[in-house]
Design a protein around this ligand. Structure first.
Ligand code: SF4
Ligand code: SF4
Length: 279
């Protein structure tokens, strides 16, 4: 049973520890993390910055402190290696909300039901608007409405109204209107990180794709199911690695596949294996 939720549990531990570090740093003055995911200092010395926030700051004409720049480079380098949307799956607090909405949809058999049809390219338009608006207004525009920021401010500064309103709004949007509606169609942060990790080394690969029995479980649990088919079905001679920028490296496909088709792998080293190799 736990085997089928291994990566889900690991992600929850990772998300929980990160959020707890911020909350404890703020509430108890513990020397863990101070600030928010937009800009933080870990253990009193290590700065980490969200490069998308830095980009908006630059567009707004704000001077950037050296520590913030180094923190931004460190975060960029990390996600360029491991895959940008790993941020969405392993760190972002909004993922807890969207996973809950998707889980409830699955439980009710609403997986494909939708009230809205939104082009996934809307995310790019929101990203461009955030940067152009920051440049025009001289403010870091997206951060004023970014639900990640609102949830972090609730946790760290006790501004619960904004955080809870954002979380509830996204839950209802994803649950009632469109599965993966917020992260997959609107949020510019995910698409920014996805682009950062375009050539990431760490990938999920359908290494035993010949063993697939078409049960559909991976598609049912994956938040971005369109990323699976090329690697799983060898479409146009596609290799086994899932290379679409939208893969969150969440590992749910690995967890739920009874045939053990998927594995985490290092890009360029993953090769197809035969079913007999799967033991
Ligand atoms: S869960 Fe595994 S067996 Fe089922 S469709 Fe996906 S890859 Fe195939
Ligand atoms: S392909 Fe697998 S790892 Fe990637 S987003 Fe889907 S379930 Fe997660």
């Amino acid at each position: 049973m736990l085997e089928k939720k291994k990566f889900l549990l690991l992600r929850r531990v990772c998300q929980g520890l990160i959020l707890a570090a911020f909350a404890l740093g703020s509430w108890l003055g513990a020397p863990l993390a101070s600030g928010t995911l937009a800009s933080s200092v870990w253990f009193g010395t290590v700065p980490l910055s969200d490069p998308f926030v830095l980009l908006q700051s630059l567009a707004a004409g704000h001077p950037l402190a050296r520590g913030a720049l180094w923190g931004g480079f460190a975060v960029l380098a990390f996600y360029a290696l491991v895959g940008g949307r790993a941020f969405c799956g392993w760190v972002c607090p909004v993922n807890l909300v969207t996973d809950a909405a998707q889980g409830l949809r699955r439980a009710l058999g609403w997986r494909k039901a939708r009230m809205l049809r939104i082009d996934k390219r809307l995310r790019y338009a929101v990203l461009a608007l955030a940067l152009l608006g920051s440049a025009a207004g001289g403010v870091v525009l997206w951060e004023a409405v970014n639900p990640i920021n609102l949830i972090m401010r609730a946790l760290v500064f006790g501004l619960w109204l904004g955080g809870l309103t954002a979380a509830l709004g996204i839950f209802l949007f994803d649950f009632l209107a469109l599965s993966n509606g917020w992260c997959g169609h609107v949020c510019p942060v995910g698409v920014f990180y996805g682009a950062v990790g375009r050539h990431a080394v760490v990938r999920v690969a359908a290494v035993r794709r010949d063993a697939c029995n078409d049960c559909g479980d991976c598609f049912a649990y994956c938040p971005e199911p369109q990323v699976i088919s090329p690697a799983l079905r060898a479409i146009d001679g596609h290799g086994v690695g899932i290379d679409a920028i939208d893969c969150l490296r969440c590992g749910r496909c690995i967890d739920v596949c009874e045939q053990r088709v998927f594995e985490f792998s290092v890009a360029g080293r993953a090769a197809a294996r035969f079913p007999a190799d799967s033991g």
